[in-house]
Design a protein around this ligand. Structure first.
Ligand SMILES: [Zn+2]
Length: 231
């Protein structure tokens, strides 16, 4: 009975987590209202930069995240995955030339995009906090960086985007893949938030905000592949 009584109040907890009505946006720090709730997860959408983010209290631990990644392994053997990555590799390669140096940031357990780029004569380094954690590769700048299906995992997106852009030389390219949230998508049935390791969902407004914040232009994008250039 006490539970039913509490449910009449908007501020009552509706899950094992206490859900605040407002949060600070992890990108632009604007006061952000609650956007959507599902079992065990609470989402907020920033009115200023458009980012949708999961309440930090519901983020998975590093161990939980890694066990999810171990389960979903992608590799060059999966031809569908190669086709998927070509959506970024093909437009990016138009701006690169043999001998350049790139970093695949968040490459996962089975690097695939880096192999596609190495076939074009490009030198690649790999970084992944779980599978290739050698941080010495983060102590130099690159002609370009690829970051595919990674930015939606950022627990601290402002710091992580800052790190990405710091790793780029002036004039360098940043190639990002993530599924954009658009007005045509029904968030409640969208597949992307169903993955519990996804905690940031970007809109086109967020991409423009990021470009402005970090001195980038965005000369090319589709609904899931983005090319930024550092000024
Ligand atoms: Zn924001």
């Amino acid at each position: 009975m006490a539970f039913n009584f509490l449910r009449h109040f908007n501020h009552a907890p509706t899950s094992r987590y206490y859900n605040e009505r407002m949060k600070s946006c992890p990108l632009c720090k604007s006061n952000t209202p609650l956007f959507f709730q599902s079992t065990g997860r609470v989402y907020y959408q920033c009115p200023a930069c458009g980012l949708i983010f999961v309440a930090p209290s519901t983020h998975l631990s590093a161990e939980e995240e890694k066990s999810r990644y171990d389960y979903h392994q992608n590799s060059p053997a999966a031809s569908g995955y190669v086709q998927f990555l070509r959506q970024l590799a093909d437009p990016l390669l138009k701006h690169l030339h043999p001998g350049q140096h790139g970093l695949d940031f968040g490459c996962g357990p089975g690097p695939t995009l880096s192999l596609l780029l190495e076939e074009a004569g490009i030198h690649m380094k790999l970084y992944d906090p779980f599978y290739f954690p050698d941080e010495t590769v983060l102590k130099q700048q690159y002609d370009f960086i690829t970051c595919t299906e990674v930015v939606e995992h950022f627990h601290h997106p402002l710091q992580s985007w800052q790190q990405l852009t710091d790793l780029l030389q002036p004039g360098g390219w940043l190639g990002v893949m993530t599924s954009l949230f658009t007005p045509q998508i029904n968030f409640s049935t969208w597949h992307y938030p169903k993955d519990e390791t996804h905690v940031c969902f970007y809109t086109i407004e967020t991409m423009h905000w990021l470009a402005d914040r970090f001195g980038l232009t965005m000369p090319y994008h589709t609904k899931n592949a983005f090319l930024f250039r550092k000024e």
